[in-house]
Write a protein that binds this ligand. Structure first.
Ligand SMILES: CSC[C@H]1O[C@H](OP(=O)(O)O)[C@H](O)[C@@H]1O
Ligand code: ADE
Length: 290
């Protein structure tokens, strides 16, 4: 078993984390493109850590231009075992209020313009994403957040939209009233799919910044208000992250939910007809089974 390496993908408002020993920003090359930014690496309480700002420092990437495949591949190449996605989101539930966190466990994918798989012609694979997040990693996030005094809602369905515009009122109502979505954001898909293909445990912590556009008392989404809430959320997110190493430990045990074995029996293409270039590109993601 490899050592634990906790990788945090920071969303809007979370562009770095503090307190890492031996911290350095490391460029990591990927055959799937250039990651959003260099990756901050170091250790925290003896546990390896990595941090990647999803939109790049200074917020360069739109939700659609984030190089999701390069990001996940680069984290896997570095040795990441567990990925915690930290994201801003709108809320469809009165009780999931701005400033609260939601431990997302399901997704509805409405993205339309993103590469959503490492595999393709010449190496076809199908993994299950019925349960797209890792309960073990999620439990650590829940414990860490609650220990930090954060209101963390346990479980929620995240609707991933393409953006960059926010939803119309009609869309917001459909997602909330008919589709059962709890929160909305623009980035967790295809990130969660790719983490599963790369056999990484993935947990999503969504930090509520607004009530999207459905709430009669709150009107439409106001970016200035989102940014104000984000600032407070980012500090809470850092506090949660600081508590994770003690909960996950440096010595990793196999994932009891099978995230680290997701590719067992998933590749359909016969070895004799696999595309050698694609197989080479897949070395980090799928080398275990290729
Ligand atoms: C800041 S409002 C919209 C923006 O924030 C979220 O980003 P992330 O998921 O990376 O925290 C949302 O998905 C949009 O990209
Ligand atoms: N209401 C919202 N819709 C989509 N993404 C968001 N990120 C933060 N708030 C959001």
């Amino acid at each position: 078993m490899p050592d634990t390496m906790i990788a945090v993908i920071g969303g809007s408002g979370l562009y770095d984390i503090d307190g890492l020993e031996g911290a350095k920003w490391q460029e990591v090359a990927s055959p799937f493109g250039t990651p959003s930014d260099a990756i901050l690496t170091g250790t925290l309480e003896g546990v390896k850590m990595a941090f990647l700002p999803r939109h790049g420092r200074g917020h360069v990437h739109t939700p659609s231009s984030v190089p999701y495949r390069a990001n996940i591949d680069a984290l896997k190449r570095l040795g990441a075992t567990d990925v915690i996605s930290v994201s801003a989101c709108g809320s469809f539930r009165e009780q999931m209020a701005p400033g609260d966190f939601v431990l997302v466990d399901q997704f509805i994918d409405r993205t339309v313009a993103r590469e959503n798989s490492f595999f393709g012609p010449g190496c076809v694979a199908h993994v299950s994403v019925a349960h797209p997040t890792c309960p073990r990693l999620g439990a650590a996030c829940r414990t860490a957040a609650r220990a930090a005094g954060i209101t963390m809602h346990d479980g929620g369905t995240y609707l991933a939209m393409e953006g960059p515009q926010f939803s119309t009122l009609a869309e917001s109502r459909i997602y909330r009233e008919h589709w059962g979505a709890d929160v909305i954001g623009m980035t967790n898909m295809p990130e969660a799919r790719l983490a599963r293909e790369a056999e990484l445990c993935y947990a999503s912590v969504a930090m509520v910044t607004d009530y999207d556009s459905w709430h009669p008392q709150h009107g439409e989404v106001d970016v200035a208000e989102i940014i104000r809430t984000l600032m407070g959320n980012a500090d809470k997110g850092r506090d949660m992250v600081r508590r994770l190493p003690a909960l996950l430990g440096a010595a990793r045990m196999p994932c009891p939910h099978g995230c680290d074995r997701a590719l067992n029996n998933a590749i359909l293409t016969d070895p004799s007809v696999r595309d050698p270039d694609l197989v080479e590109r897949l070395a980090a993601v799928a080398g275990r089974v290729l």
